[in-house]
Design a protein around this ligand. Structure first.
Ligand code: BJW
Length: 249
């Protein structure tokens, strides 16, 4: 059983500006596979170079579409878990809150979080591969082979960020600014190796924030954190909320 240091709960309760960075691990208990977990991660089964780069899409758009259609179907059927809901509770209790997620599954919004920055896009949106603009009502375009842009006829693609692509400029700028002014930074369920998201916790420590990691496994961020809470987000985060606000439990 993970012991929750009382200082962490106390600092969270007193924090004015909280930033949470989430990765695939927070959705694992909802049944969404992570990327890099040895047996169950997506990259244990699939090659990211064949599926998550613009070059892969140009080589074989159908393969990439089919893979994302399978994942979209999967995340449509799952529901948020206690970890997602605990972050909603934190948002409701602190003066200033930003949730920065690398996840594309939409589960934070489904849980009820509001201040969400999606760094790697969202699997339920598509954009034109050629013009790079979002396309609404794209479901009607599916069914006759690969969907094409109603404007230019180019291929549509999932609105997610692949390797080698830049992150949405506004979302990244917002995440960096929030991290730089955080006094409590929680990093949850990410392996902390994909840049630039993995640098955000360091923006926060550089300015004196308390950095707390929730993850069953050590990560490259672990040596720099003030506290590590080893365990599943769906157990640790609700316990942290109760410890920080026992009067509201
Ligand atoms: C639990 C749990 C439970 C399990 N509870 N926890 C600087 C240095 C070196 C390389 C680069 C660099 N800057 C940029 C790069 C290149 C590249 C990069 O970072 N490569 C690294 C792999 C080395 N970055 C990029 O290309 C980015 N673009 C960019 O920077 O543009 C400018 C540029 C380009 C090129 C060169 C230089 C500059 C774009 C990155 C896009 C990432 N895209 C993906 C796919 C998104 C769409 C999709 O989902 O299909 O995003 S890859 C994948 O990794 C996905 C994730 O969001 C991301 C992070 O993964 P995450 O969330 O951390 O998941 P896992 O599986 O890795 O970890 C899960 C964790 O959960 C584990 O720790 C578990 O222990 C834990 N866990 N159960 C709590 N119950």
């Amino acid at each position: 059983m993970t012991i929750l240091p009382p200082e962490v709960a106390q600092q969270l309760r007193q924090a004015q500006r909280v930033v949470v960075l989430t990765g695939a691990g927070i959705s694992a208990e909802s049944g969404v596979p992570t990327f890099r977990d040895a047996q169950t991660g997506l990259w244990a089964q699939y090659d990211p170079h064949q599926l998550a780069t613009p070059q892969a899409f140009m080589r074989n758009p159908k393969l990439v579409w089919d893979w994302y259609a399978w994942r979209r179907d999967l995340v449509t059927k799952v529901v948020p878990n206690p970890g997602h809901y605990a972050l909603v509770a934190i948002e409701q209790r602190v003066p200033n809150f930003n949730l920065v997620t690398q996840n594309i599954d939409g589960l934070h919004r489904k849980a009820g979080s509001h201040e969400i920055v999606e760094l790697h896009g969202n699997i339920f949106r598509v954009r034109c591969f050629t013009e790079n603009v979002l396309v609404e009502d794209w479901n009607d375009l599916i069914g006759k082979g690969l969907p094409h842009c109603p404007n230019c006829g180019g291929f549509l693609r999932p609105d997610v960020v692949w390797f080698g692509e830049t992150l949405p400029v506004e979302a990244l700028a917002h995440a960096v600014k929030a991290s730089q002014s955080a006094d409590f930074f929680l990093v949850v369920g990410t392996s902390g190796i994909v840049q630039p998201a993995a640098s955000l916790p360091f923006e926060a420590i550089d300015r004196g924030a308390m950095l707390v990691e929730v993850n069953p496994e050590p990560t490259p961020i672990s040596p720099y954190v003030s506290y590590t809470l080893r365990g599943a987000a769906g157990i640790i985060l609700p316990a942290l909320v109760v410890a920080a606000w026992p009067d509201q439990a």
